[in-house]
Design a protein around this ligand. Sequence first.
Ligand code: ZN
Length: 330
Amino acid sequence: MNLPECVEVATGSAPVGSVIWLHGLGADGHDFEPIVPELRLPQDLPLRFVFPHAPIRPVTINGGMHMRAWYDIVSLDSEGRADADGVRESTAILEGLIAREIERGIAAEKIVIAGFSMGGAIAIHTALHTSHQLAGLMALSTYLAIPDEVETSSGSRELPVFMAHGRVDPVVPPEGGAQADTRRLFSFALGALKTVSDRPVDARLRTLLELRALEALGLCPELRRCVRCGEDVGVRAGDVRFRVADGGPVCAGCAPPAEGFLPVQLGTLRSLEQGLHFELDQLHRLVLSPQILAEARGLVTRFQRFHVGVELRSERFLDEMLGSAGFRAT
Ligand SMILES: [Zn+2]
């Protein structure tokens, strides 16, 4: 078989293992090359990264344009998005790359196969059908290319698997699919429009609506459990430390006091949690004390800036207005 050209990066001489990593649609083998130094692999674990270039072919969903692709994508719905022959051909290519690593002295159980998007779909399909006992599968932002051909081969039975997916991925929707996302956003937009047309939006209502918007986007903060150990943070007395970057509270047992934490009262988290359970047109009934409101406002605003990267244009104006009423977020 003709194996594709590959970008290769070795992190030391005499590699003891290999990672074969397949890129996504329209990219090439260089796409994930910069990640290797970021992994800060230990000196005593020299690895060979193999990043193959996909063949160039016309891609139907891109108007038949020629680009690097592991298979043709015929449509964007979950059934029939992949051309099955192309998937099988690229699976054979990946099997060929595995065989070549074995010839180069890397045992199958020291080989990880990995892929992003359509590259991940090939990695999964290969893992499900290979007879090799591999070291692992890493599948990023991807899906089953041929859902009807899911079998567990002898090689896949004990295989360690890591899968991850961006929660607001606009290209390949995470599990649940684009339709569920659209329905959730639609019902939020409808409810929010009604709520804001019925009454003036004060700081309290605005904070709760922003929280609900984050929820509708699939970006809701964790409000009850430590994001590191999963323990209910209400079990311990005292203030809770919320870590915006981690998406929720971190208990004292999991992290020593350090910078980057937002101290909040437990009552603030509980109030926000209630705000998630009210019907949108009942949100205005939720009573918040001035201190809880100020904390909740600060938490939601920071969370939004960090995770959505959006500073609402009206924010400063509202802060000035509401600040004069003593609700300024700190
Ligand atoms: Zn913890």
